[in-house]
Design a protein around this ligand. Structure first.
Ligand SMILES: [Fe+2]
Length: 382
């Protein structure tokens, strides 16, 4: 077999994928030597790198040749804050001014047995919204569950226990780990590329969306596949005064995708547009246009009225100033606050492989699980 045959004959990252109709369909596309669809970023980025290549095999080989010379290494200066927590020396590397910190020096399999360390990480997470840890490859799936249990209740793959999607048209639900049924496994290879690109918070189409999500990288592309995170407090603050006043008491409709269907029914929930963070009291913009298409029917707003407001909100999504970008390495684990953070996988890494594992976390306090807006916490709009 020549290397050019690699894509169509590649074995899947997990044999369970062979049962998946979506996997079969995309494998067929690979066998027909058609590049990944340019209607997804994975295909668009590949086409942008080599625009005149119509053969998938040739395109794949061009990209692999170009990326082959990459080596892992580090150089340059990184700013970090040194801290000592219960005798452990940590380096806190901020990714962006308002969001994201990489914590260096912690062993998640061992160091969180100390409740003071857990309290430190929780406080840091509340302040920074996203925390990430490097060099955690040794942490098993079971230990990931133990990690999550320090911060909340382990959720089902999509949060609450009463909604278990069973759509066959989703690759991510097809790999089951019977020991860890709450885990969502996220495969991607050259035959069937897959990335949750597009700004969203996880499962906001649930009535009680998961408080947080945890993602572990087991296999990382040498380039691309970063996850970007967007600070929804910044998104709220960035809206115009008029818009804030207009939308502060509106609610929006969050609609799940086809892959989130349970018994053929699409999940839908209505949530406030401005959301009060139940632990810090800060207001965030709780509209992610991955799942939101319109405001609630109770407001009787015409499409013409809704469109410019949704557009203004959309323009806040992913602004560089509110956004940090995490480059994955095998063994990087990140935890983010779904109540005030959007995320988007960067679908730019085809034909490289990427393999991730996700857990969701529900708030220990059941009364705080349903999103709400409490204007008494709000600073006057200026
Ligand atoms: Fe997600």
């Amino acid at each position: 077999m020549s290397s050019l045959d690699a894509a169509s004959d590649q074995t899947p990252q997990d044999p369970q994928l062979l049962e998946n109709p979506l996997y079969a369909k995309r494998t067929e596309r690979a066998r027909a030597d058609k590049p990944p669809s340019r209607s997804t970023p994975l295909g668009a980025v590949a086409a942008s790198r080599f625009p005149n290549t119509t053969s998938r095999k040739v395109l794949e080989q061009h990209i692999l040749d170009e990326d082959e010379a990459l080596v892992a290494g580090s150089f340059g200066t990184v700013w970090y804050k040194p801290v000592n927590v219960k005798g452990i020396d940590l380096k806190l590397e901020p990714l962006q001014p308002s969001i994201g910190t990489v914590v260096h020096g912690l062993d998640l399999a061992r160091d969180l047995d100390d409740p003071d360390v857990v309290a430190f990480i929780r406080q840091l997470w509340l302040e920074r919204h996203v925390v990430a840890f490097r060099n955690q490859s040794h942490v098993t799936r079971e230990q990931m569950v133990s990690f999550v249990e320090h911060f909340g209740e382990v959720g089902m793959p999509f949060g609450e226990k009463d909604h278990v999607p069973n759509s066959p048209y989703d690759l991510n639900q097809q790999i089951k780990d019977n020991e860890i049924p709450n885990m969502l496994v996220l495969p991607s290879d050259s035959t069937v590329p897959n990335a949750a690109s597009g700004w969203h918070a996880d499962a906001t189409w649930q009535r009680k969306p998961p408080m947080a999500s945890v993602l572990m990288c087991r296999e990382a592309p040498p380039i691309g596949g970063d996850t970007c995170f967007c600070d929804c407090f910044g998104m709220w603050e960035g809206l115009s005064k008029q818009t804030k006043e207009k939308v502060a008491n509106l609610r929006a409709v969050h609609i799940g995708g086809v892959g989130h269907q349970q018994d053929g029914k699409t999940p839908v929930s209505v949530h406030p547009v401005a959301r009060t963070h139940p632990e810090t009291g800060q207001t965030s913009l709780y509209v992610q246009q991955g799942f939101v298409r319109r405001f609630a029917d109770e407001h009787n707003m015409s499409e013409d009225e809704q469109r410019p407001i949704l557009l203004e909100m959309k323009l806040q999504e992913g602004r560089p100033e509110y956004t940090c970008r995490l480059k994955w390495e095998p063994g990087t684990l990140a935890m983010w606050d779904n109540r005030c953070v959007l995320h988007s996988a960067s679908g730019d890494f085809w034909p490289h492989r990427r393999f991730m594992e996700r857990l969701t976390i529900l708030d220990f306090d059941e009364d705080r699980r349903v999103p709400y807006y409490d204007p008494s916490h709000e600073l006057p709009i200026d």
